[in-house]
Design a protein around this ligand. Structure first.
Ligand SMILES: Cc1cc2nc3c(=O)[nH]c(=O)nc-3n(C[C@H](O)[C@H](O)[C@H](O)COP(=O)(O)OP(=O)(O)OC[C@H]3O[C@@H](n4cnc5c(N)ncnc54)[C@H](O)[C@@H]3O)c2cc1C
Length: 415
């Protein structure tokens, strides 16, 4: 493979551009912290380290903001009352603050707080989980009782009599490609060196730190942050991760003149249907160039494990679309159930569906960030801040014991 190694800087439009193209880094290149994988978590770590004045190099196997990993598809749901774990709220809140600060610095919003509805039975994960997280973090969510929900959101069909919603007003949408490019631009502005289109083939832990082997050169560092998304297990073996192929779909209203599914009227949502199926999504915005997005939760059986190097990137009408189309027709009959657009993405599931952020076995040379389990983007900036703090030995701004990458092996040893 011909690796082209590029130093990336920002441009006024916010797109990463090549300021300098070098044939290869010096052999070996040396740095203090090496960040491998510049998607959601890695690009944010690079930014937060560079802002601290740390000597940091980032390596990305594809281009910045590419569509081959987990961080593409224009939008991601952003929530701060996180049903997945109460410990996540402080991380999402930190992302909110960091993205607002960076977005206003770059003149480009990285977050749109248009709200999110968590809909279902009172004891369902969307409703009970969101309320628990809001209580734990003191967040101002609003309960919307069944009758008001049905009247205000007539797009929702088949609401069971006890189904209600919790509105998280701080929630909304974030923008994966735009945010990754913004992180890289901010990092480059603070002196980070970035090599894109460069794959790390192997990472060796040495007596003094780490050595990463690329096709053309070695990069030597005191420590590495490995944030290679679906490929995390390829560079750091032994982590209990399962990459899953997860297609992403956009839809249109049945009536092209129907405005009921614009983002303003059809905000972001997670909805548990009466039979336990879970859909998530948000309305369209013509100005921002995105359609109605709807997806189904994996629930352990809706998607399949994949080798990220072999993932099937084609969309199969029956295998990929038929089930989701049927669910959309049941839940939102005003939407044409045949998707207008699709792309293939990947998530990387951990056994407890929480991320892995920290030093495996306490190793001073290595930090991992991954196991996103399909809900990581909203936390990217907050996790980048945690990774930077870990790398320089600062106390993290919130407790991250529940994300310890060694928690699974520790459990096995306890038995
Ligand atoms: C369909 C779908 C919907 C989702 N919806 C939401 C949502 O609504 N809200 C939300 O918060 N989250 C959501 N997520 C999850 C979120 O997108 C992920 O948690 C997040 O993008 C994971 O980021 P990451 O940094 O782990 O991986 P990535 O962003 O994929 O970054 C990993 C990077 O490492 C690079 N890399 C890999 N191997 C190497 C190597 N050997 N050398 C150099 N570079 C390498 C890759 O090219 C990639 O750029 C969704 C995910 C999917 C797939």
């Amino acid at each position: 493979m011909d690796a082209v190694l590029r130093t990336v800087s920002g441009d006024p439009a916010g797109e990463a551009r090549q300021a300098h193209i070098a044939a290869q880094p010096p052999e070996p290149a040396r740095t203090d912290v090496l960040v491998i994988g510049l998607g959601a978590f890695g690009s944010a770590a690079l930014w937060r380290l560079a802002e601290r004045g740390v000597d940091v190099v980032g390596i990305e196997r594809f281009g910045v903001g590419h569509p081959f990993g987990s961080s593409h598809g224009i939008t991601r749901l952003f929530r701060v009352a996180c049903q997945e774990h109460p410990g996540l709220s402080p991380i999402a809140l930190r992302s909110r603050d960091l993205w607002h600060e960076l977005g206003s610095r770059l003149g480009q919003p990285l977050l749109r707080q248009s709200g999110c509805l968590s809909v279902g039975a009172p004891g369902s994960a969307p409703v009970a989980g969101t309320l628990a997280a809001a209580r734990a973090a003191g967040l101002p969510v609003t309960r919307i009782a069944h009758d008001r929900l049905a009247a205000r959101y007539p797009q929702y069909a088949g609401l069971a009599e006890d189904h209600e919603a919790v509105l998280d007003p701080e929630a909304g949408l974030c923008y994966p490609e735009r945010a990754v490019r913004a992180h890289i631009r901010a990092a480059a502005d603070h002196g980070a060196v970035v090599y894109q289109d460069t794959r790390v083939l192997a990472l060796e832990l040495t007596a003094h730190g780490v050595t990463a082997q690329t096709p053309t050169a070695r990069v030597v560092a005191r420590q590495a942050i490995v944030a290679t998304g679906a490929w995390l297990g390829k560079l750091v073996p032994g982590l209990p991760l399962r990459p899953r192929r997860t297609p992403l779909f956009w839809f249109r209203p049945r009536d092209p003149d129907d405005d009921a599914f614009s983002l303003e009227r059809f905000p972001a949502f997670i909805r548990e249907l009466p039979d336990g199926r879970v859909l998530w999504g948000h309305g369209s915005d013509a100005h921002e160039g995105f359609g109605i997005k709807i997806g189904m939760e994996d629930q352990g059986h809706n998607f399949a494990d994949t080798d990220p190097d072999e993932v099937d990137r084609s969309i199969r009408p029956t295998a990929d679309m038929a089930q989701l189309s049927a669910w959309v027709a049941d839940a939102f009959p005003g939407i044409d159930p045949v998707p207008e657009k699709a792309t293939v993405c990947m998530i990387n599931n951990s056994p407890d569906h929480q991320f892995l952020v920290g030093r495996p076995g306490g190793d001073p040379r290595l930090i991992v960030a991954g196991g996103d389990s399909g809900h990581g983007f909203k936390h990217a900036a907050g996790i980048g801040e945690l990774l930077a703090a870990l790398a320089v030995g600062e106390a993290p701004y919130t407790g991250i014991g529940f994300l310890d990458p060694s928690r699974f092996s520790a459990r096995r040893a306890d038995r």
